[in-house]
Every structure is written in C-alpha cells, then in structure tokens.
Ligand binder design. Structure first.
Ligand SMILES: [Zn+2]
Length: 291
C-alpha cells in the first residue's frame, strides 16, 4: 500500500534537532527520512512549517527544509503562520501569499495554543481570505502543547467549531485529533462537512515507547471509540509528526487503530483529496527513484 504522510516536520532549526536527539533519534536527516519513507512505502509527505516566535521573522522560509545533507523532492509543505508577525509587519500577509504561489506549498498551518489567539480571532481573517483565494486547507494544531507556555484554551478542538461554521468553504484539519480531546474532535468532524483530522502525534517517542503505548489498551480503545463515533474515515489523514516518532512503527500503530477497509483512504487517498498539489506531485514523481 502506498502511503502519504500528511504531517511531518523537516526543519533545520535547532529545536527540532534537539527534540530528535532527546527521543533517541540518531538519523534526523534527509537521507534518514528517505530511508524511512522507502522502508514503509511512504511516497510523499507534507511538512508543517514552524514559524519562529521570537525574534519575529517571516514564517516558514523554504530554506528551513534543507537539512545538512539536502532535501527530498517528494515533500510539499504548509506555510506556518506567526500571528505576532501579522500584527507587527504589514508585509507578512504578502509573504504568506508569495509562499502559497510556490509549487511546494499546498496549505497553511496555524499553531493554536502556542500563539495565544483563538483561531476565530480577527487577526487570522486575512489568512482565511488567502485560504479561500488559493483553495488550500488550513491545518490547525489542536490539543496538548509540547511547551508548558502554551495555553490550552486556544488549542481546544471545540474552538474550530465556530471557525468551521463561519467559513463553510474552507477545509480545516484538526491536527493530532486534538489529543487528549479525541471525542470532541470526533464530534467536530462528524458535524462539520469541512472539518478533517490527522492522526499525527498520538504518541511521541522511540520504537519501544510506541510499543508501550500500543499495550495501553484503554488509550488505544479511546482513539478507536472517537473514530468509530465519527465514522468519517474519508476525513481522517495519516500523519507521523516525524521526527517525534520513527515512521514504520507509528504506521503499524495507526494500522491497528483503523479498520482495514479504510486503510487506503486514511493512508493515501484522503491526502490526495485534501492537498491540492498532491496529485500533481505524485504524477511528477518517478516512484521507482524517489521515496
Ligand atoms: Zn507537528
């Protein structure tokens, strides 16, 4: 089965290198990712670009996507939004629009919780206008924040409801299924035709830690319950959150959670439907050579 990883990080920023090291990741590199993609038949991926918080720099430079040993041509990206930068620098929206015109940029990423604004705050209005204009999805970090400085009231998945109702013609992706508010996310994707979710980041850690979580039956059942309640497998995307986990064991973890009849949708087809430039990328790749 071909797989598309709809949520990963591929950043040369120090923070990611440190995180990768801390979870025991020894091969955080372009060649390391290529190897993992090949092992698991992942043919393409979507990078979630991370904007700097301070000092305020333009969000998501593509140069962020070149690690020491290069980059991969099977990757698209979502431009990361820094609302502080929007507030302070009138050219930020132009910058994001320029990004959206690039071949590799196929969506927008908002870091709710990390930035202290509700997703329906007027500060994001120009972003939603761009999403409509370019017909791209908006992925939103939801649920737990890695940093204790994050504020959960901004990242709770229920905040997406107001947004989704207001912008019926934009596709929103609740990242990480809003963990730990899995059931809230289930209700949102069930109620709103334009709300999707990705399954990245339900576990962070190495192979052994994934195995340990896999054995926590109540946690696994909880995720399954949410998915079963929603029964919207055409709106659920596989993502790994690499390098926070090795890809192959994480795929196995998700495979156990998703009924087999929906594997092709969750692991491949839904990403083709959600990310507008994905089909073209897949067509352009000689899959024997890349990934
Ligand atoms: Zn992520």
């Amino acid at each position: 089965m071909k797989i598309i990883d709809s949520h990963l990080h591929f950043s040369n920023r120090e923070g990611f290198k440190t995180t990768a090291r801390e979870i025991g990741y020894l091969n955080y590199s372009a060649s390391g990712l290529k190897k993992e993609f090949e092992q698991s038949n992942v043919v393409a991926g979507v990078i979630m670009a991370t904007p700097d918080r301070k000092p305020y720099k333009p969000s998501g430079y593509p140069k962020e996507f070149i690690l020491e040993d290069g980059t991969l041509d099977c990757l698209l990206s979502c431009v990361g939004v820094n609302p502080e930068q929007i507030k302070q620098n009138s050219s930020e929206i132009n910058f994001i629009e320029e990004e959206l015109n690039k071949n590799m940029v196929t969506g927008i990423k908002i870091y709710a919780g990390y930035f202290h604004y509700y997703v329906y705050d007027a500060i994001y209005d120009p972003i939603y206008e761009l999403a409509k204009k370019y017909n791209v999805p908006v992925a939103i970090h939801c649920g737990n924040t890695q940093s204790s400085r994050g504020l959960l009231k901004y990242s709770h998945p229920l905040t997406i409801d107001e947004l989704a109702v207001k912008h019926q013609d934009i596709t929103f992706i609740i990242c990480h299924m809003g963990v730990p508010w899995i059931m809230d996310t289930a209700e949102l994707i069930s109620k709103n035709h334009n709300v999707y979710t990705d399954l990245s980041g339900l576990i962070a850690g190495n192979r052994e830690q994934i195995k340990k979580m896999q054995d926590k039956k109540l946690y696994v059942e909880y995720i399954k319950q949410g998915l079963e309640y929603a029964s919207q497998y055409n709106k659920v995307l596989f993502g790994s959150d690499w390098p926070l986990v090795p890809i192959s064991p994480y795929i196995e973890f998700i495979k156990d959670i998703i009924p087999e009849a929906f594997h092709e949708n969750v692991f491949y087809k839904n990403a083709l439907a959600v990310f507008p430039k994905m089909k073209k990328l897949i067509q352009s790749l000689n899959l024997n050579d890349c990934c």
